[in-house]
Design a protein around this ligand. Structure first.
Ligand SMILES: [Ca+2]
Ligand SMILES: [Ca+2]
Length: 237
């Protein structure tokens, strides 16, 4: 990434950023913040490197869950996953939430959440009462101590290396479905403008995602070097 001749370790994390580790004195040091990626959190699934614009600096293509799920029902203000042992039974409970102003609102309904938090049925006797609840209302005194992770955006993106920082560019139609891998096959021309292949789709979404299965076995071929404007679908098998 920084042209010093030594490769960095790039990690795509779920409920976190694309993380950059640089090897120094035999150990990996986290340089995510220095590259300006600490706040660019998502449900990252995959990452691949290549010099997409031919300037000699390695860029990154990053797969995310895309912009075609039920999560588009919520404002694009990011999501937060609160977690903790709120029941005191030694397990971990979680509440997924979206932001409304300064409040965090549960994504899932009372029936769904009560499976993991049975006390909700007593705390909020009706769905109407729960419908007005924020995460702070649900957790009460435990809210201020609650741990959480965040996903600021769900777009698959390309990160262009500008020397000491990255410029994020949405990967256009790669948003149509979750991208579960990004590949960098040779374009056969030996140039730096490597095509990227975003592999989309799953047969079955986890039930928690509250969305329907989408077409699987689909990919999207993105020819780089022209600002990712030429794309087409591929059937992978
Ligand atoms: Ca390096
Ligand atoms: Ca480049």
């Amino acid at each position: 990434m920084d042209g010093d001749g030594f490769a960095e370790l790039i990690v795509a994390t779920e409920w976190g950023p694309i993380r950059v580790f640089k090897k120094q004195e035999g150990r990996f040091v986290d340089f995510t913040k220095q590259w300006g990626l600490a706040e660019l959190t998502g449900w990252w699934t995959s990452v691949a490197a290549g010099d997409f614009d031919g300037d000699g600096r390695l860029d990154l293509a990053c797969g995310n869950w895309g912009r075609n799920s039920t999560y588009e029902l919520y404002p694009a203000t990011g999501f937060r996953l609160f977690y903790g042992d709120w029941s005191g039974a030694g397990g971990v409970q979680m509440i997924e939430a979206w932001r409304s102003g300064t409040n965090w609102i549960p994504v899932h309904d009372r029936t769904w959440l009560a499976r993991g938090l049975p006390s909700l049925a007593v705390q909020f006797p009706t769905h109407e009462a729960f419908g007005r609840a924020t995460v702070r209302d649900i957790l009460g005194a435990a809210y201020d101590k609650a741990s959480y992770v965040e996903a600021a955006q769900l777009s698959s993106i390309v990160l262009m290396n500008r020397g000491s920082r990255f410029e994020a560019i949405p990967a256009l139609q790669a948003q149509l479905a979750p991208a579960f891998s990004v590949n960098s096959p040779s374009d056969g021309a030996g140039s730096f403008h490597q095509p990227k292949l975003f592999r989309h789709g799953v047969r079955h979404f986890p039930r928690r995602c509250r969305t329907w299965p989408v077409a699987s076995r689909q990919g999207r071929w993105i020819v780089c070097g022209d600002r990712f404007k030429r794309e087409r679908n591929l059937c992978l098998w």
